[in-house]
Write a protein that binds this ligand. Sequence first.
Ligand code: NAD
Ligand code: AKB
Length: 315
Amino acid sequence: MSKTIVIGACGQIGTELVLALRKRKGNDAVYAADLKDECPTVLSQGPYVQLDILNSENVRQFIIENEIKEVYLLAALLSATAEKNPDFAWRLNMEGLFTILDLAKEQHIDKIFWPSSIAVFGPTTPRDNTPQFTVMEPSTVYGISKQAGERWCEYYFNKFGVDVRSIRYPGLISYTSLPGGGTTDYAVDIFYQAKLKNQYTCFLSENTALPMMFMEDAIRATIELMEAPKEAIKIRSAYNLAGISFTPKELAAAIQNIQPEFEISYAPDFRQNIADSWPKSIDDSYATANWGWKEQFGLTEMVKIMLEKVDVNLL
Ligand code: NAD
Ligand code: AKB
């Protein structure tokens, strides 16, 4: 079995992706890599390496010396954090991608997964059932970096035959690790506060619909995309992926079905502008047609699992 590395492994997606990949490929075949000094306990069953994706020489050396053939590049600043530090966000979100694309161009690695986001869309994009191919004028530094990243992925595939695959993830909802500074984080925070205080003050307004997805579906999508035959992948920028679209008010109502005493209030902040520039729902028919994508988790089931599983000690 050839070796795989997940860079940005300690984050919201990385933690669960490493666990899922290790289940399929074996613990020793999947390196977890992150800026953090220490490997979280949940990832301690397999190899961990401290790597800074911005240290291109170290990353290149580690991947070449260890004969790693598949790279999942997750290290990035997300939408809300990126707005606070645009220069650094641009650097982190772009430089790491070039390091990995170039390793593949030089044929050191065979396959790359690099995530895009619904943030590639902007205020001029049709917001309902947003098509795969449409107007894309992102207004956040995060969205601009994802849009540029998509263009470069497609370019490296067309020019150099680099097998890079990508998904425009919606907001992801999970309980194994905390989210890392996005606009959709409210849909995770709400469960911790529901358990802790039976009350939540949401930083988006009550009718802000956004596309979301339960992490188990997102991880399955990632693995299905990466295991699909090369010829099936017709889009080398990034695939739209839908999931469940809902508003904070609808999410609160779903929580109240299980916890009737739960209360929500609203205090929109700078993240409201970001959310208002993103789609409300997504058309993912290309992912379905090309590699058989179908989501499994709906709102009711997701809410039930989250309320059962979130551990407030993570806070
Ligand atoms: P996260 O913030 O939870 O995790 C990112 C990880 O990268 C962290 O563990 C961090 O320590 C690590 N990291 C940061 N700088 C690094 C560096 N210089 N070198 C190595 N590691 C570094 O993010 P996430 O939610 O897991 O997202 C992963 C990817 O998926 C990102 O590219 C993000 O844009 C994309 N994405 C996420 C979502 C979502 O809802 N979580 C949605 C769309 C796209
Ligand atoms: C964010 O809100 O920044 C992320 C994303 C949708 O890319 N969750």
